[in-house]
Ligand binder design. Structure first.
Ligand SMILES: Cc1cc2nc3c(=O)[nH]c(=O)nc-3n(C[C@H](O)[C@H](O)[C@H](O)COP(=O)(O)OP(=O)(O)OC[C@H]3O[C@@H](n4cnc5c(N)ncnc54)[C@H](O)[C@@H]3O)c2cc1C
Length: 485
């Protein structure tokens, strides 16, 4: 039985479906009975058709997908969204420069635009604005962390900017595109644009309205470790919570919004640190990391709160008996604790080893509870400190190959299920050790990343690059076929 819900088969099907859908406009364009044009001109049109389909699909990819994220992981979806954004920008970058035909007002006799590019004024302007806007959008996303704006400001600007680019690109495509002024293709583009708008509205309107029907309140805030707090939420019956449970699997995460649900752009993703069995309380363990989280310890009990979720696939399959090795760095211990609490609550008898890494002792999370758990379950907890105090009995340094070799016999390493959560650099380093040094199959490693980075190419992220690279090649091949047909 598979221990984790990483579904490679589903990923292949999704990838094939994505490529087929992105190539659909090309297929419809190819079916049109048009005079052939030079290779460069049809390659330009082909790339633009694929890129516009990709642009509209980006809205759906960056939406909230509970079921999908529970199967393939939110991290993979976001990474795919980021990777494909770069690919579509590359396609669009060369689109205007590939043309060899003269541009302007097409001669009257050139009814199907095979010798001349008919660019009337407005479509040319909207195309140019969409072209420039797209670069701006992707550039600002790439340098997001260096911008002097709050994350929320960037996020709202990204969504609105993307919508503006999509509308401009739609206008250009339908009015200037040689193939897209066909009624069928034009109707498909309009429907696809509507789907993109619906995907945006789903995140910014539908979810908030649904959230407003399930109001929660802050029940308790307690200091868990240095600059780290546990916030416990409970249903707010007085404000109309229907009392039904919030169903989630241990290890999943939610988006937290405080105050009012509608019209607020401030919401943040946090892993649930409690077990599903602890409902009607639900706990998040939050480390101070910026303008929102820095004030989390000051939250007053009774503060209105709203959750969207659950999301993510950092989850175990109930009943799996294989030994489990959980590796956590800093607040990455939060979802790991949810897994442990759930195993304890359900009385599962599998053998578990936890490696919790921190810089110093003041950052160790859930120390007493973990000690009590060691008495109650087949659990061994290893605390790893980079800066240990003088009489420290535990491990020192980082979670590295030597430490894992010393504490886990070879057969335990080989047969184990692994789950890793922590800072991106830690996840990359640990996954590289597991895959390269211990030859652990990628399917036996589960990880949750708290920061989505486009450039990740270490550990299990390599598999993702293969998938996105294959999709890109498929799309490129489609555009080349279109130009050569
Ligand atoms: C799946 C997931 C699970 C997480 N679980 C936990 C957890 O259990 N405990 C914990 O302490 N932290 C967790 N985080 C990280 C947490 O979301 C950020 O630390 C927090 O949002 C920072 O917000 P800020 O305004 O305080 O800091 P800022 O300085 O505004 O942000 C710091 C960085 O956090 C990221 N970030 C900020 N806001 C958002 C947002 N709305 N959406 C996505 N990323 C954002 C950005 O990369 C940003 O550069 C998780 C993140 C993800 C993606």
């Amino acid at each position: 039985m598979r221990a984790f819900r990483s579904d490679a088969g589903l990923a292949v099907v999704l990838l094939a479906g994505y490529v087929a859908l992105m190539l659909l406009p090309l297929a419809l364009a190819a079916l049109q009975d048009r005079d052939p044009r030079p290779f460069r001109d049809d390659l330009s049109s082909g790339l633009a058709l694929v890129a516009f389909a990709m642009l509209l699909a980006e809205f759906v990819l960056s939406g909230r997908h509970r079921g999908l994220s529970a199967r393939v992981g939110m991290d993979s979806i976001m990474r795919f969204h980021q990777f494909m954004a770069h690919v579509l920008v590359a396609f669009i970058l060369i689109h205007p420069f590939l043309y060899s035909l003269p541009m302007g007002v097409a001669p009257y006799a050139d009814v199907d635009r095979s010798t001349w590019l008919a660019l009337a004024t407005w479509p040319a302007i909207t195309g140019t604005l969409a072209w420039l806007g797209l670069f701006m959008l992707v550039f600002l996303a790439a340098v997001r962390d260096q911008l002097p704006y709050r994350y929320e400001v960037w996020r709202a600007g990204h969504a609105l900017g993307a919508l503006a680019v999509a509308v401009l690109a739609w206008h250009h495509t339908v009015w200037a595109g040689r193939y897209s002024n066909d009624p069928v293709l034009a109707a498909i583009w309009s429907l696809a644009l509507a789907a993109a708008v619906i995907a945006l509205l789903h995140v910014h309107l539908v979810i908030p309205v649904l959230q407003s029907r399930r109001p929660l309140r802050v029940a308790e805030v307690r200091r868990e470790a240095e600059r780290t707090w546990t916030v416990e939420l409970e249903p707010d019956r007085e404000r109309g919570h229907p009392g039904i449970a919030f169903p989630f699997r241990a290890g999943q995460f939610v988006w937290l919004k405080l105050g009012r649900p509608i019209g607020r752009i401030t919401e943040h993703p946090f892993s649930i640190s409690s077990a599903p069995g602890s409902w009607p309380r639900i706990a998040l363990t939050i480390k101070e990391a910026g303008d929102f989280t820095d004030h989390i310890g000051e939250l007053a009990p009774g503060t209105p709160a709203y959750l969207d979720g659950p999301y993510g696939n950092f989850t175990l399959v109930p009943g799996d008996r294989r030994p489990l090795v959980l590796l956590a760095g800093g607040v990455g211990m939060a979802p790991v604790m949810s897994l442990l609490r759930d195993l304890r609550d359900r009385g599962e008898s599998r053998s578990v080893q936890v490696f919790q890494a921190n810089r110093h002792a003041g950052q160790i999370l859930y120390r007493e509870e973990l000690e009590a758990m060691q008495e109650a379950m087949d659990l061994r907890v290893h605390h790893v400190l980079q800066e240990p105090p003088p009489q420290w009995q535990g491990e020192t340094g980082l979670i590295a190959a030597e430490l894992l070799r010393a504490r886990l016999p070879e057969d335990a390493r080989r047969d184990a299920q692994w789950a890793v959560c922590g800072p991106p650099a830690m996840i990359d380093a640990v996954e590289t050790v597991l895959l390269r040094d211990f030859r652990v199959p990628a399917g036996a490693i589960l990880s949750e990343r708290f920061y989505y980075r486009f450039g990740d190419a270490a550990g299990t992220a390599r598999r993702f690059l293969w998938a996105a690279g294959t999709a890109t090649l498929g799309l490129l091949a489609g555009a080349l076929w279109f130009a050569m047909r």
